[in-house]
Design a protein around this ligand. Structure first.
Ligand code: 5GP
Length: 145
């Protein structure tokens, strides 16, 4: 696909995984990291990424890494539901800039949604969220794991 670049270890999620950039973590294991999105589309919007560097998207990830990653997505979705009591949970994943991908290290979005509270339309834009608020949400979700 023309809008999927080669993997670059300079991307922001690789820096977060290496501990070179800050993030508000929810949980991690040897294979996956769950952390808050800094431009949340709803309160509680979080991301799950494989710790192994190298996969840009769903198309090039190793099957064994995808298996553990999707279980981490389910774990996060369940904890988000338990902690924040949304009416639904949206799971999103984009492959290639044309499809909406902006960070080229594979990740899934886990986004709680509530009736009557529209999601912010665009992801990856706007003012970054207050880190203290993100930490409070991350702690609540982590407590429900
Ligand atoms: P994509 O468009 O690649 O599917 O989603 C990338 C997501 O990463 C966006 O929702 C954006 O808000 C989020 N994001 C971008 N930069 C950072 C960052 O430095 N830290 C965190 N935690 N999230 C980021």
């Amino acid at each position: 696909m023309t809008s999927i670049p080669a993997y670059s270890a300079d991307n922001i999620f690789a820096k977060i995984i290496r501990g070179e950039a800050p993030s508000v973590k929810i949980f991690e294991d040897e294979a996956a990291l769950a952390f808050m999105d800094i431009f949340p589309q709803t309160e509680g919007h979080a991301l799950v990424a494989p710790k192994r560097l190298g996969a840009v998207s769903l198309l090039d990830v190793r099957e064994d890494d995808l298996q553990t990653l999707i279980l981490a997505v389910q774990r996060l979705a369940r904890a988000t539901e338990k902690a924040l009591r949304p009416d639904g949970v949206r799971v999103m994943q984009f492959n290639g800039a044309e499809a909406g991908q902006t960070v080229f290290h594979l990740h899934f979005h886990v986004i709680p949604v509530w009736a009557g509270r529209p999601m912010r339309r665009a992801h990856g834009h706007g003012e970054p969220a207050d880190p203290a608020k993100l930490k409070e949400l991350a702690d609540r979700i982590a407590a429900a794991l």
